[in-house]
Write a protein that binds this ligand. Structure first.
Ligand SMILES: C[S@@+](CC[C@H](N)C(=O)[O-])C[C@H]1O[C@@H](n2cnc3c(N)ncnc32)[C@H](O)[C@@H]1O
Length: 206
């Protein structure tokens, strides 16, 4: 259902976002919460190795199927972002698209991302987030329980840029946009952020 639900967005704003974030990911790349593998076809030869994780068994099946259709190996592991089964400092880049709204514990997930990234490595992210206005945030808080129940645990009201900073990253690039129409239900997840955060080069122990 997920691929069908987002197909219009893929043709609109999401396709170019994937192209930009996954398309310029470099070195040994980890994608967290890969879903059905919508980013897979966007990785280029700049990514010398691509590894993906996904905790949901149904999404995982789709991702594995899509990975098998790619003309490069993509290893898909079943794991939540809060418990990444990889050694410290093993990736140059981590890609996260529309995932940090859904993880159970954003602080733990981001601490894991920081741990597995090499110092100086990049977290490339695209997420829907909390409105900056108090009014918008208030409405998102109000709808959050129902939204989460209908949307597989998605939280519309997270200030993800703040969580990324609190996890010890330096945000080097941050763009805010509102690509969805201001009508229900999309109005609840309208503010999006796209950016690059870096694990500081001098950060020796996560
Ligand atoms: C909205 S989908 C996005 C999928 C994909 N990243 C994309 O861009 O199409 C959210 C994804 O986050 C995954 N997810 C939920 N909880 C997670 C967790 N704790 N760790 C990692 N991924 C999680 C879901 O299973 C789902 O695949």
């Amino acid at each position: 259902m997920y691929d069908r639900m987002v197909s219009a967005a893929e043709k609109g704003f999401l396709g170019p976002v994937r192209e930009e974030l996954a398309g310029s990911a470099e070195g040994c790349v980890l994608e967290i919460g890969c879903g059905t593998g919508a980013n897979f076809s966007h990785y280029t030869e700049k990514a010398t190795e691509v590894v993906a994780t996904e905790p949901d068994p149904y999404m995982l099946q789709r991702a594995e199927k899509r990975a098998a259709q790619m003309d490069r190996p993509i290893a898909v592991h079943q794991a939540p972002a809060e418990e990444l089964p990889f050694p410290d400092a093993s990736f140059d880049t981590v890609v996260s698209t529309l995932v940090l709204c859904s993880v159970d514990d954003p602080a733990k997930a981001l601490s894991e991302v920081r741990r597995v990234l090499k110092p100086g490595g990049e977290l490339r992210f695209y997420e829907h987030v909390r409105y900056e206005s108090a009014f918008g945030g208030f409405w998102q808080d109000l709808v959050a329980p129902v939204w989460g129940w209908l949307g597989g645990g998605c939280h519309p009201n997270r200030d993800t840029a703040a969580s990324i900073r609190e996890a010890g990253f330096t945000i080097e690039k941050l763009e805010r946009s509102k690509p969805l129409p201001p009508i229900p239900p999309m109005v609840c997840s309208r503010p999006h952020i796209k950016g690059i955060a870096v694990r500081p080069a001098e950060d020796k122990a996560a």
